[in-house]
Design a protein around this ligand. Sequence first.
Ligand SMILES: Nc1ncnc2c1ncn2[C@@H]1O[C@H](COP(=O)(O)OP(=O)(O)OP(=O)(O)O)[C@@H](O)[C@H]1O
Ligand SMILES: [Mg+2]
Length: 472
Amino acid sequence: MRLRNLLLAWLLVPTLVLWGLGFAVGYERSLQQAHEAYDRTLLGSALVIGAGIASAEDGEVVLELPHAALEMLRTDAQDRIFYRVADARDGATITGYEDLPPPAAPPQAGEPVFYDAEYKGQAVRVVALAHVLPTSSSPRRLLVQVAETLDARRRLTRRIVADSSLVQLLLILTAAGLIALGVQRGLAPLARLREDIRQRAANDLEPIATAQVPAEVRPLIDAINTHTGRQRELSQAQVRFVANASHQLKTPLTVLRAQIGHALMQTSLPAMRSVVEELDASTDATGRLVEQLLSLARSEPGRALVAESLDLSELARSVSFGLLAEAGAKGVDLGLAADEAVPVHGERLLLREMVLNLVHNAVVYSPPGGVVTVHVLRRGSGGRACLEVIDNGPGIAPEQRARAFERFYRLPSSNTKGSGLGLAIVREICARHGIEIALGDGEPNASGGHGLRVTLLWSTPYTGPEAGGSTA
Ligand SMILES: Nc1ncnc2c1ncn2[C@@H]1O[C@H](COP(=O)(O)OP(=O)(O)OP(=O)(O)O)[C@@H](O)[C@H]1O
Ligand SMILES: [Mg+2]
């Protein structure tokens, strides 16, 4: 529902109902007021009639009131007026309309009684008052009644009610109009905003300006801006990644092409064989580069984690097992210290990739005869999961350690083939799982220095369903 219609409905429905109620109540109140005003005139008429009553010589009561005078008493040209003078004791009519309905209780002297009645098929307002006529013998108590039809009173009431209702209705309609106008003006910046956004280029992820926007809508725009901010980072990361990847893939492809050309130029089979062997090694290296690029893409933020509970010791064991042959071929002693189950929560594939990269580095960069240990333990009072890969190879100098995490960065001393992506992948995966990573000194090496120690520390103690133990 449109905001304007909603506001109008909330304003108009209750106020129109109240207006209708006010109309009904107002009519009653105004009729009361009309009665109060006209009753005085009616009482005046009764007093005039009382004053016109006289006692004749023979004790008869006579009313000396010319018809014209009575006509004058009428409050309104349309109204009809009836009167009656009766004996207060027996109620016998002395003069006037005999069947004029008497009051429910006889009035006391000086206290006129007003009441509504029906006479000759019409509603009438009647005043009854007690009148004492002094006669020669004893004073005579009389009842004087004057009745009047209600035309004038009703017309006055209708006019009052119609006037005030009209004013109220105009007020309500004006308020509704102002609200509609206010809403339209208030929402105008949103319409402009809509146009701005509609005309934006698809790749324009700049934040939306909130200066002109109503305060109520600002949190929404802020939330959208936060969201597009994340999108912007994501798309920038993707652009960077694609640029890096295509740049990094160009070199090995050029090498491969050159090697193929070189192989084709060989005339003797043994010579060609040795070039093809080189070609084989280059293809392996290129394959690893592609794999590393893909796992970097997998570990980048933007894709939701498919997390599950798993045993870190089990993971370390399976990764180490997979690298045993490579380590053995190099004469590197790869050992595992993971006796108890250490449950963690995360995406199995990514965590595996992370551990694999670290152990692979330790094996690859250790010289023959080196010792590599993969250690899984719980650390601290909270029992935070911890994995360490320790070697006694050349290590990384403290001042180089920060750079080692950069994409495509390789230490100048590294002589083996590598793409420089392993530690960057590890860092991304750690960030996504809330794992702290630190590089430190490993075991002492033959040249008097230290190997490398990579420590991974999970941020919180594990609280998942398998907390406390699983397969060891
Ligand atoms: N255990 C280690 N001992 C000594 N140097 C290391 C060790 N691990 C990494 N490095 C150094 O850090 C650099 C970055 O390592 P990283 O794993 O990111 O890339 P890479 O091993 O060169 O390539 P990739 O792993 O992508 O094939 C390496 O080139 C190496 O010089
Ligand atoms: Mg590596």
